[in-house]
Design a protein around this ligand. Sequence first.
Ligand SMILES: [Zn+2]
Length: 545
Amino acid sequence: MIRVEIKRRDGLARSGLLTIDGAPLLFPAAIETETIFPSLGARQHTNVPLSAPTGFAATYIKNNGEQPIAIHPSLDNPATSGDCVMVANWQTALSNPRNYVKWLVALKEKTPPDTIWYAPGSALPSTVHILCYSGFDLFDFLAVDLKSAQGIFCTPEGDLPADAIHAGICTYEGCRNHDLKAHNRQALLHEAALVRQFIGQSRLRELVESRCRMNANQVAILRHLDNQYTFVERYVPVARSGVLRANSAESIQRVEVRRFAERLLSRYCPPKAGVAVLLPCSARKPYSLSQSHRRFQQAIAGRAHELIVTSPLGLVPRELECCYPAGHYDVPVTGYWDAEECAVISGILSRYFARHQYNRVIAHLDGGALKVAEQAAQACGITLEYSCKEHPGSDAALATLNQALSGELRVKDDRLHGMLSWQFNVDIDTRGITARGHFPELFYSKGTTQLFSLDTGTGMLRPTFDGWNLIPAGYRVHIDDFIPEGDILAPGVVNADPEIREGDEVLVIGARAMAVGRAAMPAWEMQKSRRGVAVRVRKIKRLDS
Ligand SMILES: [Zn+2]
């Protein structure tokens, strides 16, 4: 009897508690197969290749309802909520990145989300990070034991010859006793524990970006998965707590980075402004808190719409500087932008300026950011004005910028309007709404009625019930006819706006109660799961008849 409790999610990866015949086990985990599935050793025909066509796979793979349920990319999927599913031969996919991702998408799309995923014979200290990142949870010792038999010393960075056991690399018990098998098993458990920690902190992506450097196939898997944006995006939370570390070339393809630009270009409503000023970013986030941006804002004095040009996000309008990940990223600064950065970011700028027209666009930039702005201007046929060619923060440059704006009208500062459009895809009349608080801890109200507050951890707006009244549609979760006593569980959800992602602010609507809270899983998962918290509720309102 297996019980699954998913506690944390990080993209496709999950961590939580697995109970096997009453014994608890934290996952992702490696465990003796005989302990968890005693009858699996006697089951026949489980070793069908992943590439087998439907007819062949259907002839051999038979499920009699016993755990784990064998699944295969070319077969219909018999798994139901709470099952443990098994994908045999997944280790062979690791050397075929294109098929790895193709098979993974095929398998994930037809399997209920609240299942636990077992990859027999696949996990090594050097592969467990990418396996978990792909949504596998449970492993065994077959692959490391095979390495031991081959005289190979396993590390998270890859294989070494057996005599590395004497090199002082590791001081686990196995190495102290010169026991290669014990070392390799311990190294796998150690790496699985590390992966669990990174999932718990919502930082697995950064561990994977770092670990995969030692293996070209793993880098290729990461890139192929990033190319499946529509598939992966549904799994990725709308905001995380903590810093997004954009330290590798792949960072620019991260879902969070791409989603920011997609929303900027499809949802965001800028204020009415004749002039836009393009500004460089600052290390301090949100930018407004930096010394350099205080000086820019003094020079501009509200006479232009401020747009920050930055890698890897592309373009961040001033009003969105707190939105995740604009207020939460860190990137190595060299002043040099590589060709891919330039191409992606100038693409975002030119799409933005094709959609939103200004009478004048002033580039207050230097270096890579200036180059990107020039590429974009050429691509979309706008003419840039320059208030500096270098040192945007210098007194001379700021004086030129001030001078360039003389006579221009003030642009209405409407941070709330911009953030609401980006987060909820709405164009709301914010007249009469006032902000108070100490930036970035902002509260918005109309008269004495509080409407929104800004969560500084994630940069998301939190609407009150009155705030929700202003948002005409979207981000609703409909529940059955009951009064929630706390968080909303997945089985209670009748319907949910498909746009909802984990971390989104949502309005819960039922016949007898309404609630405000934060989605703990994406809409599609709320509808396909039979267990787990769907919405973490902040406030409940009974609708008494
Ligand atoms: Zn060791």
